[in-house]
Design a protein around this ligand. Structure first.
Ligand code: HEM
Length: 543
């Protein structure tokens, strides 16, 4: 019908409008139009059939690939349209609970259906996790694909030659000699936060994520971007951090709702509009940081003060980086790495510190043991600050941090897609290429076959003796293998500094039966935040 109207219009235009005669003569005849329209419609139909065929093929391959890990007891909750997504969206805290509970029945792994066609093999045992992490197989395009408009082709998401070139270029930025001077910054930033807390503790419990994200952003900007942001003292609501929260929440909503998997559909929705606005905010922030750094560097070159700086920062490395062929990074590549490190470097550490405070607040005995250790170290000093060598002198505090990262892993999930067939040697199973392989870090850390009473906070799991006898790859807060966390030493040092300095000045507690609901997100959060009572110590600190 619509096609006929076009034909009628074209023929009447050709017949009646004299000033278009020349033009009309050049137009294809009605028959030619019919052929064109039929051709276009056929292409669309063939494409649609090809997509449906591909989706069903994907479904069939995953069904075959994951057959050895069949889950009949779980499939009673599976819906033909949503797959197991109904379980994921029911309740965020319950899915965290489920990640550990299912290991009773499924020791190594289990397939979960994300909608009608896409399945992921969720692995939570060293026998399945180790072979995946030993490879440099790319990140899965499903979940990380949603991060791509934000983090671009930065280190977290890129793969192949690009990833290996950039990993090689950036690794020196995390060498001990570079990290050493950062200790001063970690101390300064922690002290800014504790000074602020001293004026606020009478106002009731403090929400940890809010304060600690500002502190970790402050130190990250100072250490790796040489930027004095004053973000801790300027305002409690930082537009960059707000935008990061919006983006990560939107990604989780999107994963839970298959119609939003299409970029085109998503871009037309209200959430798509919110996504673009938040994306703009984070990109503007990183663009500003790069611009200011470039201009400061130009000034330093003009004044001849480049070599007088306390340390080289990550942006210096990015701006000066050259591969073996003498090629530097393009502006887009620099922007992608800045966005990646800005996010990975502050939000993860903020979550790690916040959950550690929560665990110590719930276990006053361990909290006091950490404090005693810190006091022993700092009582002897002129200033109340940690030095590089002190990190090795806080063994119990380190055990408490590790146990917190086990119980509340900051990055609860990591995903890969194998380009080549992948074998789990201990199980004698080979997975064909092209599958979505998920590593449930929380499932691994709560796996009943690896950890006794996994939901109990017990730092003694991390004594040297207990660590020695534990199966490798049971504890992976920073992942492992070639794509492990490049910033793990940076993160551990910052966590130790912040926790030590807070315990030195305050007693942490939580109200009785304080209900915390964990929130499964790109980074582990709590639904209503983590509210901790922070009281100044009554005993006067020496010096
Ligand atoms: C407690 C703090 C942190 C935790 C728990 C953590 C955890 C992780 C994990 C699990 C991965 C692997 C992700 C994946 O395979 O998808 C990762 C990768 C990464 N992390 Fe961290 N991270 C932390 C802090 C940091 C910091 C402070 C930085 C930078 C300053 C950083 C930068 C990165 C980067 C760039 C990658 C990608 C590495 C690659 O693929 O080559 N992280 N992190």
């Amino acid at each position: 019908m619509g096609v006929n109207i076009i034909f009628d219009f074209l023929s009447s235009a050709q017949k009646n409008v004299s000033f278009l005669d020349d033009f009309a003569e050049k137009l294809p005849s009605v028959r030619t139009w019919q052929v064109i329209v039929v051709f276009i419609c056929s292409v669309i139909v063939i494409q649609a059939i090809a997509i449906v065929f591909k989706l069903f093929k994907m479904k069939k391959t995953s069904e075959m690939a994951f057959k050895p890990f069949a889950t009949p007891s779980l499939d009673i909750f599976k819906s033909p349209i949503l797959g197991h997504l109904g379980l994921l969206s029911v309740n965020k805290d319950e899915i965290m609970q489920m990640a550990g509970d299912i290991t009773h029945e499924f020791k190594y792994a289990l397939p979960l259906w994300l909608g009608p066609f896409q399945a992921a093999l969720i692995c939570h045992h060293p026998s399945t996790v180790q072979p995946i992490l030993a490879t440099t197989e790319p990140k899965d395009d499903f979940s990380y694909g949603m991060l791509k408009p934000w983090l671009g082709d930065g280190l977290l998401i890129s793969s192949g030659n690009k990833w290996s070139r950039n990993r090689k270029l950036l690794t020196p930025g995390f060498h001990f000699d570079i990290l050493r001077p950062y200790v001063k910054v970690f101390n300064e930033c922690a002290i800014t936060m504790t000074d602020k807390w001293s004026t606020m503790c009478d106002t009731g419990p403090l929400e940890m994520f809010q304060h600690i994200s500002l502190m970790t952003l402050d130190s990250l900007l100072k250490c790796i971007f040489s930027q004095e942001s004053h973000c801790q003292t300027d305002s409690d609501v930082n537009p960059y951090i707000k935008a990061v929260y919006t983006l990560t929440d939107l990604i989780m909503e999107r994963i839970n709702f298959p119609p939003y998997y299409s970029d085109t559909v998503y871009s037309l929705t209200y959430e798509g509009v919110k996504w673009r606005k938040a994306l703009n905010d984070v990109h503007n922030h990183s663009r500003r940081v790069i611009k200011e750094r470039k201009s400061a560097l130009k000034d330093e070159v003009e004044r001849g003060t480049v070599n007088k700086r306390k340390y080289i920062d990550f942006l210096d490395i990015l701006l000066a980086a050259k591969d073996e062929d003498g090629n530097g990074l393009t502006d887009k590549e620099i922007q992608d790495e800045v966005d990646t490190f800005m996010f990975e470097g502050h939000d993860t550490t903020a979550s790690g510190i916040s959950w550690c405070f929560y665990n110590l607040a719930r276990h006053p005995k361990y909290q006091q043991m950490c404090r005693d250790e810190v006091d022993q170290l700092l009582d002897k000093k002129e200033n109340d600050e940690l030095d590089w060598d002190d990190y090795a002198k806080l063994p119990f505090l380190t055990m408490c941090i590790k146990e917190s990262l086990r119980l509340h892993p900051t990055v609860p999930f990591v995903g890969r897609r194998n380009n080549k067939p992948l074998t789990f040697p201990e199980l004698g199973i080979t997975i064909p290429a092209g599958q979505f392989l998920g590593i449930s870090v929380i499932g691994l850390h709560h796996n009943v076959h690896l950890w006794e009473e996994p939901l109990v906070y017990n730092p003694y799991r991390f004594t040297t003796e207990n660590t020695k006898v534990r199966q490798n790859y049971s504890f992976l807060p920073f992942s492992a293998g070639p794509r492990n966390c490049i910033g793990q030493n940076f993160a551990m040092n910052e966590m130790k500094t912040a926790i030590a300095l807070v315990l030195r000045k305050f007693i942490l507690s939580v109200e009785d039966d304080y209900p915390v609901r964990r929130m499964y997100n790109v980074v582990l959060r709590a639904e209503e935040g983590l509210h901790i009572v922070v009281k100044p110590r009554e005993v006067k600190i020496q010096n």
